[in-house]
Ligand binder design. Sequence first.
Ligand code: IPM
Ligand code: MG
Length: 374
Amino acid sequence: MSKPVHRIAVLPGDGIGPEVMNEALRVLKSVSCKFEIDFDFNEQLVGGAAIDELGSPLPEVTLNACRESDAILFGSVGGPKWESLPPDQQPERGALLPLRKHFSLFANLRPSVCFPSLVHASPVRADIVKGGFNVLCVRELTGGIYFGEPKEIRNDEKGRHAVDTMRYHESEIERIAHVAFRSAMERSKKLTSIDKANVLRNGILWRETVEAVSGDYPEVSLDHLYVDNAAMQLIRRPRDFDVILAPNLFGDILSDEMAMIAGSLGMLASSSLGIDKGDGLYFGMYEPSGGSAPDIAGEGIANPCAQILSASLMLRYSLGHSEAADAIDNAVRAAIDEGIRTADIYTSEQGTQRVGTKEMGDAIVEEIRKESSN
Ligand code: IPM
Ligand code: MG
């Protein structure tokens, strides 16, 4: 049987997107040699770059490339240049949210990993993050207040008012809860579900539904936290958490908090998955958790690790190449352990070296090469 060719829609986007994507593609090419994986990269414009060239943040040609692919490798979109456009034409609302909805990418997995050798980069006190931590945030991504209708700004006798609707169907909560419980089963069997059941009806349904799903996973210990309390506990004792399950809006906020506690957004990958295709693999979109960082775009100093680790998640969840994914994860860790640092994680410790985007990519490719000769 001939080897499958993995078709990947590559959407670098705006800001630092293209620079960090370049390094991720180099890393993918290096594992493609070692593990004999065939990729067919289809690179397309998205976000502000697509607005400038083709007049739309998500042109048909880009959407088609995604439809024809096994996975989407996404950079980042947005920047000051497009902020004054009408809301629906802006890169985030016009490209990122429709892509999530179009492909029903309801499960957003955001691993927040604080490497032991990077604890100094965390703004949190050293005794709290000592030894590092690894928390997985499972965020519902296609429901809740992000997409509920009505959603508009209206006029009435008192003047303008805005309405956003938070709506969750039990089935939407159930399917994301299963993802979280399954993740917990593969890790330390500990799940914390987040809601605001003391105020929101949504919170009551969320909690009841997660409790009901927990019946299928008797080995997982489940607890619940109100989102405000969770925001405190995560910063007070991040090492006590393993998997966090949250509705769309709360997951958006808590995953940024976790990213910051871990030290740098530049290290954190994310995957947005749809329904299991039946073979344990998912169609998915993979992107760094950080944004387009327009302030440093084009300077060659951005940290490519988040984009590279996103490519590793793609190999794992959409393409079924977990060995290649492990090789990438190990290479990133080895480069960091050797003291290679981009500006965001650099603190002039002894034995460390401050490098740019490309050098960081070089170091990771080199580690993969070394692994392959072992
Ligand atoms: C994220 C981002 C997006 C979100 C924005 C850019 C729409 O913050 O992926 O976390 O809120 O989901
Ligand atoms: Mg966010």
